[in-house]
Design a protein around this ligand. Sequence first.
Ligand SMILES: Nc1ncnc2c1ncn2[C@@H]1O[C@H](COP(=O)(O)OP(=O)(O)OP(=O)(O)O)[C@@H](O)[C@H]1O
Ligand SMILES: [Mg+2]
Length: 397
Amino acid sequence: MFEDIFEEEMARKSIFKDQSKLSPDYVPGTLVHRDEEFRELSRLFKPVLEDKASQRVLITGSVGVGKTALSLRFGRELEAGAEKRGFRHDYVHINCRKERTPYTVIRELMNHYFPRLSRRGFAPEELLSDVVDWLESHDAYLTVGLDELDFFVRQNGPDLLYSFIRAGEETGAPNRLSVIAISRSSNFFRLLDEATMSTFMHNKIELDKYNAQQLTDILKNRVKVAFRPGTVNDEVIDLISEAASQRGDARFALELLWHAGRLADKEGLEKVTLENARTAKARIHPEIRTDVLLDLRRHERLLLLALARHLKISDKAYTFTGELDEAYKVVCEEYGEKAFKHTKVWEILKKLSDFGLIKTQPAGMEKGGRSQRISVPDAPVETLEKELEKILDSKKV
Ligand SMILES: Nc1ncnc2c1ncn2[C@@H]1O[C@H](COP(=O)(O)OP(=O)(O)OP(=O)(O)O)[C@@H](O)[C@H]1O
Ligand SMILES: [Mg+2]
């Protein structure tokens, strides 16, 4: 009996040809509808390849419009372009939201050039100057993609960015370091000095949200490499791109497609059905960013879980600092952690708010003192709760 089930399952063909082509880490060879922006980037980097000058560019645009994909794809071309011209130019992409501190950002870069060297205790500027020395002695050039830089600058201030911009400038030798700053919005610009701000403003590439037709084209291209032929028809693609077009977000569209495909596989179907796509749409909440949740520290997760549970139980749209503090203590106890004191909780709240996971606003006279009104963006708190529990349970660190 089990033998039959086993053989039946072995014989069943998945509708996917290659699921990894749908994963968020996959960078497609061509980015549909981004030719203009790619051209603009190439134009801005022409002096870098032709005259060995340095450049600073800013890429902005809302969630899932291809900022990361565009810079990674461009970086690849930049490296190849330099090689063709007979010199070395590296592209190193660093997610500054994930790395969080100046030290860990620079460590990413150090790992690229000095993989086995531990350099704790050195100031980021010193480490950066080691990298510049390395470039100098190897006659190499470097472009750093500082992704999600807005989070970083809001947390740490702009000093690290200034160091990147200044690195190598003092030596009188050619400046070997270029920067591609990547951010959702240019709001954080007010934290920068006039000169830096104006450089980036002049070299700004703004990616618009995708419309339904553009999302359709993106999905169709991806279907070709990820699914077996004839398993995803146009109506399914249209339904998904229509659903994702309200946000203009390609990541959401691809997530829906992937989820719909997995549902079809699970049901043993030969094709993705409209119902699979509708179910995916009902289940996937783009407001809940799993990648961001995965990068959180333990107490940030615990506090967010406390908030989700508290909002669910109280059935209110928001809560206050004091109440959340209590809920957080309960969650800490459950997970065997010592709860942080109020000031630290305050800091964590600020981080969660910078990450866009919660919304805070002063509670005014309602509750007195420094109390804040805290809510989550439009997403079911129950889903958020489940997602966090899953992560907390899988990583008992
Ligand atoms: N023009 C495109 N063609 C093909 N795939 C695309 C295109 N634009 C985006 N994608 C895909 O959509 C997903 C989201 O893109 P990406 O991660 O680059 O967005 P982002 O702008 O960096 O979003 P975030 O602000 O959340 O970081 C990725 O899987 C990417 O490969
Ligand atoms: Mg990105």
